[in-house]
Design a protein around this ligand. Sequence first.
Ligand code: F3S
Length: 384
Amino acid sequence: MYLTREEERIYEGERGTTLQKAMEILVALGDIYGADKLIPIKSAQIAGVSYKTIGDAGLDWISELEGKVVVPSTLNPAGMDLVRWKEMGISEEFALKQKRIIRTYSQLGIARDCTCTPYYLENSPRYRDNLAWSESSAVSYANSVLGARTNREGGPSALAAALIGSTPRYGYHLDENREPKVLIQVEGELKDSDYGALGVIVGGMIGDMVPLFRLETKPFLDELKALGAAMAASGAVALYHIENITPEARRYKEPEERITIEYHQIRGFYEDNSDVDIVALGCPHCSTRELIELASLLKDKKVKRELWICTSRAVKTRCRHLVKKIEASGARVFCDTCMVVSPACEGFKAMMVNSGKAHIYIPNLCKLRSVLANTQECIRTVLT
Ligand code: F3S
């Protein structure tokens, strides 16, 4: 991979050990994937934040770094609400470590926004912006819905890109890798959690291919968010197109390979909810539109089971009035974290979710049963 004189100096260690380590990561990636050079990025989003997932080894690694990031950078969700962690039943010991992780990242100049939906923050990416994001659902949204360009970075490579301000040019930064390779024809009218179920099915079938969807219904942006998150979880889909909807769909010709998904395959995901003791919504983190819907469904009602709603601190602050209405029902709106990366959900028996991604991750990462249902059914369940 070609390096400029300045990049070579960094690589040789003339700008300090942290930048040298960062450049080594980027060069190694570039060499593996055949990148020709580094290209500037507009922002970075860094995974490896929850103490539950990175542990002491991860904390030690980031503690050794010095300096500051040179592009706007945010974090993935942490293992707890950074303010209301006691309400989540988080231990003092966990909280101490989690706060140290956040402090360490913030000393590197990274914003304390811990969210998997950085596109709801100010300065959301624009069409064709190059990024280095690592949260797989955010990567999918940025590539597919916004038409920005990012590979599915690991935490260290996103952090390296944030410190250098560039990323190797390969993968989804190149036009030729954004072309769809399989047409997914979906039969039936989909809504709400159906998109998460569809994502689970398709991701499991196509791995990391780029699909072009032909849908009978026009999805909301939140439904696109759910579809991409689920495909990135059950497979490794980082980019998809939807005919007449997503910004790049019309640039490419129809792929020859075809798969048809019938509605009964999606329906097969919904099952009995009798032993649910917690309902958790907001995977990926809730948008304003989703909070509006939840506030309306919970109006003048009292929940009889635990209801946790996850969103970013920025969206929660922006929607204070809605959060107040939602919490009047007894539900809790947590931010900076989620039901999967927090250890707080591990004591429950069965969790109901409206997210295909959470539905896949909950049994393995939280060791409890997961039940998929649409948002209205989730709310009906907490009210009984
Ligand atoms: Fe976000 Fe957690 Fe889901 S990080 S995408 S809410 S698993």
